[in-house]
Design a protein around this ligand. Structure first.
Ligand code: NAD
Length: 518
């Protein structure tokens, strides 16, 4: 079925070389331990968002190739699940070392395919690397429970067993961190995995898989398929796949959640966001303004934890001026430029959508404090750049407020009290994260108790939890019941088995009464 052309060159090196010469290479599939070129007739171009150059191409994996990937994962499962957890951990110890070694290459690939600045791309890799480090302790994370002598001579214990073949479907905005939220947890707990990277920036996933193979991962434990809707639907429908991790938009996420669940799979689905900050009049002015700028405009607003809306309690004007001063000073440039604060957005369509939402905000009564729509970056005139934009006097009925913008746009709103501000936030359908900036413990405590959001920040703008906790979006930002990574992540990829054992001199006689503890 598969052309036996194994990628002798590393994908990163192959991409560099093909860019220097003629036709960009196609991202390889990884099936049964081999990087192979897809036989698919169709592929999608991966464009550098700063230049529109074709960086690589993504094949639309054929049905046969998909089946081969699932079959490889199924075959690899029995031996991998029986591999001692210490051995599985050692592969992760090695992987974290290799990711550190190749950090710069990974970051450059992310900047080239996704657009974010090199420094931000390193952060993308680093936040995923932390998950790899965490799963090096899988023996403890996966530990079961034991109660001795639940009845005379009888003990009960539970063990967490892997599910089998699991799959992950990724978004474009964190090409390294999000695959690393998924496969390290799944495979170190004994599962095998099918990864479907974003078709917009598949390179980091392929490079991470190369590193996992170099770290000693047995063939078939991690597999990669590429494509869009059809391959995603094939994942949702395949009988061998037991669980699906998804991160991306609500449209795709709810579709995958419904279709995967209807087919009897576990699904965890992290989706869109509209993260709010509430700023109290007693907040530290400089620290708060800096935090709002960083969290609103970092990664050109393309983070699921971007703070896209600020509700100021009390005066709005002083804050607006402070924010505008700082936002104007930000450097918009290609992500490879050493002084760049923010790079381009992912595509021309994304830029158009962002600009349309800004315009609709203006037409429905919003006031532009700073307009970044017409920015031109010298040397990168074809790039999808949107400069920092601040839109004020925003109200909850506006489309720019109701929809996730996913661009460098900060919406400013005003409330007369903390109560009113909390009400505004809680009425929004999304519940990924919310922050408060204040010097009052009482206000912070009220906010933490009453706010309906999965991740809460107090004087902290982007509370993406470290891997010993879990990423806990709520309301329309999450579907499922076991969150990504941390204890919940391990629970998602494992099932409990409860064992009751009896070791004693056995009594004589038969009793048909319901056994009760004696
Ligand atoms: P997207 O939903 O367009 O794509 C995500 C994945 O789903 C891709 O692999 C894509 O091929 C697939 N897909 C897209 N549409 C599909 C369809 N109709 N049927 C089947 N599969 C489909 O998302 P994106 O634009 O890549 O990522 C941005 C979104 O992700 C934003 O909404 C952002 O908030 C969200 N996000 C959420 C989190 C979180 O943890 N909550 C983290 C990162 C990104």
């Amino acid at each position: 079925l598969l052309r036996p052309q194994i990628f002798a060159l590393k994908y990163s090196t192959a991409t560099e070389q093909s860019n220097q010469h003629s036709k960009p290479s196609r991202a390889p599939l990884l099936i049964g331990g081999k990087f192979v070129e897809s036989q698919a007739a169709e592929s999608i171009d991966v464009l550098n968002p700063a230049t529109q150059e074709v960086v690589s191409r993504v094949p639309l994996t054929t049905k046969e190739e998909f089946k081969a990937a699932v079959s490889a994962a199924k075959q690899a499962f029995p031996s991998w699940r029986n591999t001692p957890v210490t051995t599985r951990q050692r592969v992760m110890f090695k992987l974290q070392e290799l990711i550190r070694r190749d950090m710069d290459k990974l970051a450059l690939n992310i900047t080239t395919e996704q657009g974010k600045t090199l420094k931000d791309a390193q952060g993308d890799v680093f936040r995923g690397l932390e998950v790899v480090e965490h799963v090096c302790g899988m023996g403890t994370l996966q530990m079961g429970e034991f109660v001795s002598n639940v009845s005379h001579g009888i003990d009960t214990y539970s063990v967490r067993e892997p599910l089998g073949v699991c799959a992950g479907i990724c978004p474009f905005n964190f090409p390294a961190m999000i695959p690393l939220w998924m496969f390290p947890v799944a495979i170190t707990s004994g599962n095998t995995f099918i990864l479907k990277p974003s078709e917009k920036d598949p390179g980091a996933s392929v490079m991470l898989a190369e590193l996992a193979m170099e770290a000693g991962l047995p063939d078939g434990v991690l597999n990669i398929v590429h494509g869009t809707n059809d391959i995603v639907n094939a994942i949702c429908d395949d009988d061998e796949i037991r669980a699906i991790s998804f991160v991306g938009s609500n449209n795709a996420g709810m579709h995958i959640y419904s279709r995967g669940s209807a087919n009897g799979k576990r699904v965890q689905s992290n989706m869109g966001a509209k993260n709010h900050a509430i700023v109290m009049p007693d907040a530290n002015i400089d620290a708060t303004a800096n935090a709002l700028i960083a969290a609103g405009f970092g990664a050109a607003g393309q983070r699921c934890m971007a703070l896209s809306t600020v509700v100021f309690v009390g005066d709005l004007k002083t804050w607006e001026n402070k924010l505008a001063e700082r936002a104007k000073a930000l450097k918009v440039n290609s992500g490879t430029a050493p002084d760049a604060d923010l790079g381009p957005v992912i595509s021309k369509q994304a830029k158009e959508r962002i600009c349309n939402l800004i315009q609709s905000g203006v037409e429905s009564g919003g006031r532009l404090v700073l307009d970044g729509r017409n920015i031109v970056v010298p040397g990168y005139e074809n790039g999808n750049f949107v400069g920092p934009t601040i839109l004020s006097d925003v109200t909850p009925d506006m489309d720019c407020y109701k929809e996730e913008i996913f661009g460098p746009v900060l919406l400013c709103m005003q409330a007369d009290s903390l109560e009113e501000a909390i009400n505004i936030v809680n009425k929004n359908k999304y519940g990924n994260g919310a922050s408060i900036f204040t010097s009052s413990g009482a206000a912070a405590r009220k906010f933490q108790t009453e706010i309906e959001a999965g991740q809460v920040g107090i004087n902290v703008p982007i509370p993406v939890p470290l891997p010993f906790f879990s990423f806990t979006g709520s309301k329309a930002s999450f579907a499922g019941d076991l969150n990504f990574y941390g204890k919940a992540g391990v629970q998602f990829y494992t099932q409990l088995k409860t064992v009751t054992q009896q070791w004693k001199d056995l009594p004589s006689g038969v009793s048909l009464a319901m056994p009760t503890s004696q």
